[in-house]
Design a protein around this ligand. Structure first.
Ligand code: TPP
Ligand code: MG
Length: 549
């Protein structure tokens, strides 16, 4: 057995099903070991997309996704994906090749210090220096990637170690882990705060979307009956069209949902991760904030909780609910504000204007997506509209990145969702800028015979930055581009393509694409005039912090 065989056995031992990536000369031994394994090698057309897919595997299943590249250029192409997984708390294991450690017949050709490059972008970056260490280092990599706060790890496998003959070294078995629950004293203190609150509000943050938490969160909200809002990445965490939903804090202040937030005297912040754009600003005279999380809250200028419940969030919330359930006379104090907030948010959702308004697009997408359908967003202006306006009923059905907020991840992330859930509808929503950053992966989706629809919002511009340029009083400059004919482009990639020509045509186009199955691209022109009308004029603030990336 070779070092690469041992690596692949160790990955099998971790239950790895797919490895995403692009091989190189230095990883040929690994590829050969994969050929003889149960693991499927999924070729992508750019390493960045492989990393986005692996990270999304981690995000959706809680189990690290794995990607594989060659040394130097291939490995460097993983860096954006590493940052995406690090900021987004997505478990991922990256394996990259390297020239041999014991001889350098090609001198420094393609050699870069990838371990050092990856160090600040990962929870661990490590070169494997002997086959003997492979079983333990792989187990350690998966443990670290998965453990709260989850994230990426990097293993570099030099080609001579991959090729080296080795004894059949026993693998390190996995074992179940239970995370400790919060201390009773912290729970008592938290219960006391909640019982004394006059206008409490629950906020669900990014960590609330951890796959294992969905049921426990829904239970907590059902038991305490305190209305809740969520951050962008906390969207969908409470199951079922809950009557307690107050909105999504897609902006930092002065959005309709802030009518409730600004009146709250206690915010029970569950799983907030300050990688997200702030959902509200803490300051003097503001509400008391109780942080409930797997880990203590980071302290920021805009977020510094007054009390904390730290530990396994699900069981800790159950213990908290035991202490307060049935004793909360003020639980619903802010609920009367709900109707006004949600009515405002829903305005103009059915307008017939063409090009379509963002609100109409969000509304129409919701019409064709079943409750368990997954919408994966690329990053830009429409993210704010989807975050505000798209109602979710099932956890992790609106995949968006409010952490690195990178362009280019929407399509790879949707591909991963379609692979994991072949029976659910999966839609990628991309701007014409972001789509073109990883559009080559349409071929990957076609090759994998996925069912996937990609909706491209066409404004022939880097619209979000153009909008911000206008809001900041700069002249309109440097933001527009030409586009391919998207229908022809889709066909060239062996997908199906269509264009929406009227406002009424969006729903039937989406519906037809889903029914026909296969990979479809639908281009829809979007009118971003609503950005100024609603997000600036209506919310009346030139100082809104609207950065989406
Ligand atoms: C990789 C990357 N580059 C640049 C940015 C900055 N950025 C944020 S949104 C945006 C424009 C996106 O344009 P498009 O995808 O066409 O979406 P639109 O706003 O036009 O709907 C840019 C350049 C980013 N977030 N990520
Ligand atoms: Mg655009």
């Amino acid at each position: 057995m070779k070092g690469s065989d041992l690596l692949v056995s160790a990955l099998e031992n971790e239950g790895v099903e797919w490895i995403f990536g692009i091989p190189g000369e230095e990883t040929l031994d690994v590829v050969e070991s994969l050929r003889r394994s149960r693991i499927k090698l999924v070729l992508t057309r750019h390493e960045q997309a492989a990393a986005f897919m692996a990270a999304t595997h981690g995000r959706l299943t809680g189990k690290p996704g794995v990607c594989l590249t060659t040394l130097g250029p291939g490995a460097l192409n993983l860096t954006t994906g590493a940052a995406y997984a690090l900021l987004g708390a997505m478990p991922m294991v990256m394996v990259t090749g390297q020239k041999g450690n014991l001889n350098r017949k090609q001198a420094r050709f393609q050699v870069g210090d990838i371990v050092s490059t990856m160090a600040p972008l990962t929870k661990m970056a490590h070169q494997i220096v002997s086959p003997v260490t492979i079983p333990s280092i792989v187990r350690e990599a998966f443990r670290l990637a998965q453990q709260e706060r989850p994230g990426p790890v990097h293993l570099e496998l030099p080609e001579d170690i991959a090729h080296e003959e080795t004894a059949d070294i026993p693998l390190v078995p996995r074992h179940p882990i239970d995370i400790p629950v919060a201390h009773p004293a912290a729970l008592d203190r938290a219960a006391d705060l909640i019982l004394r609150a006059e206008r409490p509000l629950v906020m669900l943050g990014a960590a609330a979307s951890r796959p294992r938490l969905a049921d426990a969160l829904s239970d907590f909200v059902r038991r305490v009956r305190i209305p809740f809002f969520n951050t962008q990445m906390g969207k969908g965490a409470v199951a079922g069209g809950s009557r307690l939903y107050m909105g999504t804090a897609a902006l930092t202040e002065r959005d309709y949902v802030h009518r409730a937030i600004d009146r709250a005297d206690l915010i029970i912040s569950i799983g907030h991760d300050t990688v997200e754009k702030p959902p509200f600003i803490m300051g003097p005279g503001g509400p008391t904030v109780l942080h409930v999380g797997y880990l203590p809250a980071t302290v920021e200028e805009v977020f510094f909780p007054d009390a904390e419940v730290v530990g396994d969030v699900g069981p800790s919330l159950a213990l908290l609910a035991d202490r307060v359930e049935g004793k909360l006379t003020n639980a619903g104090a802010l609920l009367p504000l709900q109707k006004g907030i949600l009515v405002h948010i829903a305005e103009r959702a059915e307008e017939n204007r063409f090009p379509l308004t963002p609100q109409r697009i969000v509304h129409d997408v919701r019409q064709v997506m079943p409750e368990d359908g997954i919408v994966s967003l690329d990053n830009s202006m429409y993210k704010i509209w989807f975050a505000r306006n798209y109602r979710t009923h099932v956890a992790n059905t609106l995949l968006l990145d409010n952490a690195l907020a990178t362009m280019g991840a929407g399509l790879p992330s949707a591909i991963m969702a379609a692979m994991l859930y072949p029976d659910r509808r999966v839609l990628a929503v991309c701007g014409d800028g972001g789509f073109m950053m990883n559009s080559q992966e349409m071929e990957t989706a076609v090759r994998l015979r996925l069912n996937l629809v990609v909706l491209i919002l066409q404004d022939d511009a880097y619209g979000m930055i153009r909008w911000k340029q206008a809001v900041d009083g700069f002249p309109d400059f440097g933001m527009t581009f030409g586009n391919p004919d998207f229908v022809t482009y889709a066909k060239a990639l062996h997908a199906k393509g269509s264009r929406v020509e009227t406002a009424e045509a969006l729903v039937p186009s989406l519906e037809a694409a889903f029914q026909e199955r296969g990979v479809h691209l639908i281009a829809v022109p979007i009118d971003y005039a609503e950005n100024i009308r609603v997000l600036v004029d209506e919310l009346r603030s030139g100082t809104l912090e609207l950065r989406g990336g």
